[in-house]
Each structure stands twice: as structure tokens, then as C-alpha cells.
Design a protein around this ligand. Sequence first.
Ligand code: P6P
Length: 356
Amino acid sequence: MATIPHPPSTGPALQTRRPLIVTAEQHILQQQQKHFPEAGGTFSELLASIALATKMIQAKVRSAGLLDILGSAGERNVQGEVQQKLDVYANQALLECLGQRDTVAVLVSEENEEPVTFGRAPETGKYVIFFDPLDGSSNIDVNVSVGTIFSVFRRPPGSEVNSAVLQPGSKQVAAGYVVYGSSTMLVYTTGQGVFGFTLDPGIGAYVLSHENLRMPDHGSTYSVNEAQSDSFPDVYQNFLTGLRTGALRREYSSRYVGSLVADFHRTLLKGGVFLYPPTKGYPSGKLRLLYEANPLAFIAEQAGGSATDGERRIVEIQPHEIHQRTPLVFGSSAEVEEFQRCYKHDSKTARTSTSA
Ligand code: P6P
């Protein structure tokens, strides 16, 4: 830390002191200098671009009711979901802020059917970035928290676009989200812990507010859309019944916002478990592997929690399609371990019964 030079003898000497604030950009640069010195600043530029795009998005989200920006844009996205006007704006902001960076080889967005490429040479375009520009956007009109989720990979040397975008989540070099809630918070990891920054509207900067976030070892809430529970596989119903009847010798409450980033953020800070199981409407689960489950799984594990599809860690799944869905269970180690115990027991029982 540089020593602040003493002022002329006429005034009191300024003592060297810790900075009053650490912005996300400063923190990312410190992290990079400490852990990725070979990246030479390109990596922190990427995360700074994401921070800029999310500040643009939050400005619109915060004034959505005042601008003609609420409601649907009249189009449907690749998911067949009606695009909200803010979805379109958020997607454009991220495509433009990130697309300008020469180090970006490919962008994959929930709102774009195909990967967006820029024809950059492999030695220039080093990163592949996935994002859900505005997750939970159907909640915008009723003023419920929404979020942006992102995931960063390196482009494997000499790889074609297709192989560059179909990497398992364990290859992520960074992941994060912004939750546009009662305050706007950026949470990210580069594999060296999880850090939270709160947007200070007075200075327009994300300021370090949660150094080294850790998920509690257990919680007191479970988070699932219970209206669909009749179509959950038995193992999910058995697990939830177990929580309600004291399998973990704790009382649980149900908390479900229906906005993934809000449900994740609460689980990260307070512990507990979130589940989006296979359902009749979504036999493979509703949530997307590459730009929802993978980044949140990376953060959950970095904070001491877990994330699984039942069979394996989310980050071990080898993707086969950029918009593929996955069952998703994440949360505190105690609850996720209990789910995995139930899953293994039910799978074994099922195998035994079929082999009988
Ligand atoms: P359901 C929002 O539409 C979203 O994609 C996630 O943010 C959220 O977790 C999930 O869908 C909610 O889905 O079926 O419970 O309404």
C-alpha cells in the first residue's frame, strides 16, 4: 500500500490508512494481481464491463415505472418466453459493453438463440461469457427483485466456437450475479472466495460490503414452487416431507420468491436449500445449465455450500447444448447432503425393485 506523502509542515501529517472504500473494479484488479498476474489486466477489464452494463440495467430497473419500459416488447425469445422490454435493454447493454472488449471470443445469452461471435483470433479472443441478462423479468411489473447472472470461461487454445461454449462448469474462471433488490448488489467469485459489493448511488460505484461471504452450514428455509409438487419425482417429495417432519431435527419455513437470483441470494446469506426439480412441464428441470445453474453452483461451492442435479455436482455436467436445462438443488451443506442421501437411497431402492 503506497504511503500517503506528508503534507507541508504547516498542516497535520496524513497517516497512512486503509482506504475508506474498495470499489468492485479495485477489488477485481487486486484479486487479479494477486491470483492471475499472467492475465495482465484483461480479466479485470471484463468484470469491469459487466459492472458497467449492470449499472446501466439497474438505472432502468429503478425507474421502470416512470419510463415506457414496463411490459412486454411483443417478441418471444429463444425460450418461447414473452420478452419484457427490460429484457431486451439488458441484453443489449451486456452485448455492447462486453462485445467491445477484444478479449471476448464468444457471448452466449439466454435471449440469443445462437452464440454471438466476433471473429477474433484465438490469441486475442481469450474469454467465453454466458449470461442471463435479466432473470426473473416476469416479476418486474410487480416490483419484485430481479437479477443478472454471468459466467466466464477461457477459450481453450485453438478451440472452435462449439467446443469453446460446451465446457463443464468446473472450467469457469469467474461467475457472479447482480440482484436488483432493496439495494443493488454485485456478488462474484474468481475461485478465491465470494465477495459482495453494494451499489452506492451517490458515487455510482459498487463498494465492497460483504468480504468473503460464507453460506451457513445449515438453514431454516426450503425454497421450491410447492404448487407443482405433485409432479415432482418421489425423491424430491420424500426429501421435502423429511424436512417438514424433522429429518434434520430442525424447523423449516418455506420461502419462494420465484426469482432465481433473489432465492439464491437469500440462501447464500441465510442458508437453507433451493430446489427446482423435474416437473411435468419441465421434465429436465426449468433452469438453464450454462447461464443459471453453473455460475450459481460455482458461487455456492466457493461459499462452502453445494449444488447438484441429484446425480452429480452441477459443475461436473458436460453440456451438449447451450440452452439445455437441468434439475437444480443448491444450498447449505447439511440440507444438500440430506437430499443426496435421499437421492442415493431412492435410486438404490428403484434399482433393487426393478432387478427383483
Ligand atoms: P416457476 C423466472 O421466470 C425463473 O426463470 C427463475 O428466475 C425462477 O427461479 C423460476 O423461473 C421460477 O419458475 O415455475 O416457479 O414460476
